[in-house]
Design a protein around this ligand. Structure first.
Ligand SMILES: Nc1ncnc2c1ncn2[C@@H]1O[C@H](COP(=O)(O)OP(=O)(O)OP(=O)(O)O)[C@@H](O)[C@H]1O
Ligand SMILES: Cc1ncc(C[n+]2csc(CCOP(=O)(O)O)c2C)c(N)n1
Ligand SMILES: [Mg+2]
Ligand SMILES: [Mg+2]
Ligand SMILES: [Mg+2]
Length: 309
């Protein structure tokens, strides 16, 4: 089959993902339009995934599509926004050809249906560098109601969704042996954005952040923005069964759990427990964030979270 080329791929693989979104104009114009209902505003977030920085070269295109949308939808959920649409930038080397793009687009289609979003537009470029994927995801909140990192109040509880450390432990296993527990691997390849918590966050949370860099680092971001001190009890941090088993056999991996990142869970400061979350700590007067061991002593982590550069 002859190669589709830039415009062939857009027409074949991406235009169907934009169907039914009037402002996308079938991906045939220079730009798109987004209608925002009266009384609402757009919440806009952008995150990129780069080969060998955010994912492994062996990861499959369908998984990368799901992960690209998930890491962005996680930010929207933390801000209490309901997902609406997204734009997409693909920077692809020659080996990621039509077959790769077709599988990637198929993965996008599945995620779109799952989360109720549509493709608005984007850009496609070729490169001799790594696969680089970026999405800008847009969501809606009633005007003025986006939940900020700032706003945590003294006396609030700190809550996290899901379990922490699964993806970071998967990566630790990849780095060492290549033998990775299937559940941990699935948490690295396909994080689950907590989209269903957005409504609760919007109505009840005082502050929230999604955990991408690492629990310790993202908790520090929330504490700094809110001008408060956040304390987390390490023993309360929820672990999946495989993570707990791995940690029991290798306690030194604790630091990867607390500072490894790639969780895409929510950290929420609120006066009451969000549904389906675990209370991990508290907001008190002061500054900074600490994770305490079972004796109440602050844990010093080699790295509290991921930073670029
Ligand atoms: N290149 C950039 N240009 C403009 N703003 C940026 C740029 N990079 C980051 N930002 C902004 O800096 C702030 C922090 O970004 P950061 O990426 O740390 O947050 P995040 O997306 O929630 O975390 P993560 O990327 O780890 O998931 C956000 O307001 C983001 O919009
Ligand atoms: C192959 C590989 N090596 C390392 C990591 C870990 N990692 C990379 S970026 C990041 C923070 C979130 O990204 P960002 O801050 O860019 O949004 C984390 C935890 C990974 N996922 N894959
Ligand atoms: Mg970001
Ligand atoms: Mg975030
Ligand atoms: Mg980051």
């Amino acid at each position: 089959m002859p190669k589709l080329g830039e415009f062939g791929r857009i027409e074949r693989f991406f235009a169907p993902l934009a169907a039914d979104l009037p402002g996308a104009y079938g991906l045939t114009d220079d730009a798109a339009t987004v209608q925002v209902p009266h009384g609402y505003e757009l919440v806009v977030t952008t995150d990129a995934l780069v080969e060998r920085v955010h994912f492994l070269s062996t990861d499959q295109p369908e998984d990368l599509a799901a992960k690209l949308l998930a890491v962005n939808l996680s930010d929207l959920a933390a801000k209490g926004a309901d997902p609406l649409c997204y734009s997409l930038v693909l920077s692809l080397p020659a080996h990621a050809g039509d077959y790769w793009v077709g599988r990637f687009a198929h993965g996008l289609g599945e995620s779109q249906r799952n989360w109720g979003i549509k493709l608005l537009g984007g850009d496609s470029v070729s490169t001799d560098g790594p696969i680089t994927l970026a999405a800008t995801v847009m969501g809606l909140v009633p005007t003025g109601r986006m939940v900020r990192r700032a706003g945590a109040q003294v006396g609030d509880g700190l809550y996290v969704s899901g379990t922490i450390g699964d993806a970071a432990l998967a990566l630790a296993q990849f780095e060492r042996t290549g033998e990775v527990h299937p559940y941990l691997r699935s948490r690295y390849r396909r994080p689950t954005p907590r989209v269903e918590l957005a409504g609760w966050v919007r109505d009840h949370a005082h502050a929230a952040i999604d955990i991408s860099d690492g629990l310790a680092a993202d908790c520090s971001h929330l504490a700094r923005a809110s001008n408060v001190r956040c304390e987390i009890d390490a023993a309360l941090v929820p672990l999946s069964e495989p993570a707990a088993a791995l940690l029991a056999s290798e306690p030194a991996l604790r630091d990867r759990v607390l500072g490894g990142g790639d969780d895409y869970e929510l950290l929420i400061a609120a006066a009451q427990a969000p549904p389906g979350t675990t209370r991990v700590g508290r907001v008190i007067a002061g500054e900074g964030a600490e994770i305490l061991d079972s004796a109440g002593v602050p844990i010093t982590l080699a790295r509290t979270g991921w930073t670029h550069g």
